[in-house]
Design a protein around this ligand. Structure first.
Ligand code: AHM
Ligand code: MG
Length: 331
């Protein structure tokens, strides 16, 4: 039997690859794994426990209804970061403003984490896959002080690590620290993540396109032409591509990462700047895509080079197999 590698063993073995190999980032990744297990457990109970399933009654900063599980996940991750000692502040899709942790230990933390605690939350009540997305930066404010907005508004190129957890038919944690992408599947019986997808690579080309086609008439001509190309016999496969849209970005991205494909959410009249958030969704997945050989743009510019000006900034998002993204951009 080949040896199983746990996430913890993998993180320790790779510690020397980190830009700041002091063990802090290793501990932070382990904190994330712990919060992921807690949330995974809550997600698995969602259909059983009435008080978890259903709307919380409040709205988040973007006017969207918050589901109870959104709040549960947000709190689980915040708790892990606040208690872990490596993080001085966080920003989350579910909170209006960023949070600077107040304790002396936290003020000495060298990292900030930006995250979407439960992406695809409209899918919770219908038993469809959802996920957590996270992005880790070194702080730029002085160690020992409170985290600042500037710590949060760094461009994606500055990320030191990023990842996601997909609560799907199994729970998988995928992350990068800038040295490739690896995936770990949770064995729920013993509560341990095991390396299941080493050195993930995104195929250069694919035959899956993921887009909310209800918005098709609002797409600009280049994108409409690309969708027609996907649906025609004129593409490299000689037959129409498959349309696959789960409506959970993490799940759509994960499938396309493995099989090859493209996910597109452009700016449309109902979401004039795009629907997805640069800091919590696009930057982390763009980092992973690029590390796996894929590409991520807003339709014109590389996502990782965009300088954010607001915490909840939205952008158009084209992400996936390199050749498909280039073609969709009209290159
Ligand atoms: P959320 O973070 O509020 O869940 O929103 C993000 C989601 C993505 O997961 C998904 O791809 C997209 O929004 C779906 O939007 P739409 O229903 O407009 O297609
Ligand atoms: Mg989201």
């Amino acid at each position: 039997m080949s040896k199983l590698t746990t996430l913890h063993e993998f993180i320790v073995a790779k510690q020397k690859d980190f830009p700041f190999a002091s063990g802090e980032l290793s501990r932070l990744l382990n904190d994330i794994a712990l919060a992921a297990k807690i949330v995974s457990n809550d997600v698995r109970k969602a259909g059983l426990v009435d008080h978890i399933l259903g709307a919380q009654g409040g709205q988040n900063v973007q006017g969207e209804e918050q589901q109870k599980l959104d709040v549960v996940a947000d709190e689980a991750f915040i708790r892990a970061f606040e208690n872990g000692g490596e993080v001085c502040g966080i920003a989350s899709e579910e909170n209006d403003d960023f949070l600077a942790f107040q304790s002396d230990t936290a003020k000495k933390g060298n990292y900030v984490v930006l995250f979407d605690p439960l992406d695809g939350s409209s899918n919770i009540d219908v038993n469809v896959s959802i996920g957590t997305i996270f992005s880790i930066y070194r702080r730029i404010s002085p160690n020992g002080t409170l985290a600042t907005l500037d710590d949060m508004l760094q461009s994606g190129e500055q990320q030191v690590a990023a990842g996601y957890v997909l609560y799907g038919s199994s729970t998988i944690l995928v992350y990068t620290t800038g040295n490739g992408v690896n995936g770990f599947t949770l064995d729920p019986a013993i509560g341990e993540f095991f390396l299941s997808h080493p050195e993930m690579r995104m195929p250069e080309n694919g035959r899956i396109y993921s887009v909310n086609e209800g918005n098709l008439n609002d797409f600009e001509p280049t994108l409409r032409a690309y969708i027609s190309y996907c649906q025609s016999n004129e593409n490299q496969t000689g037959k129409p591509y498959s349309g696959r849209y789960i409506g959970s970005l993490v799940a759509d991205f994960h499938r396309n990462l493995i099989k090859g494909g493209i996910y597109i959410y452009p700016a449309v009249p109902s979401a004039p700047q795009g629907r997805l958030r640069l800091l919590y969704e696009c930057n982390p997945l763009a980092f992973i895509a690029e590390q796996a050989g894929g590409l991520a743009t807003d339709g014109k510019n590389r996502i990782l080079e965009i300088k954010p000006s607001q915490l909840h900034q939205r952008v158009g998002f084209y992400i996936g197999s390199k050749q498909m993204v280039e073609k969709a951009m009209g290159l």
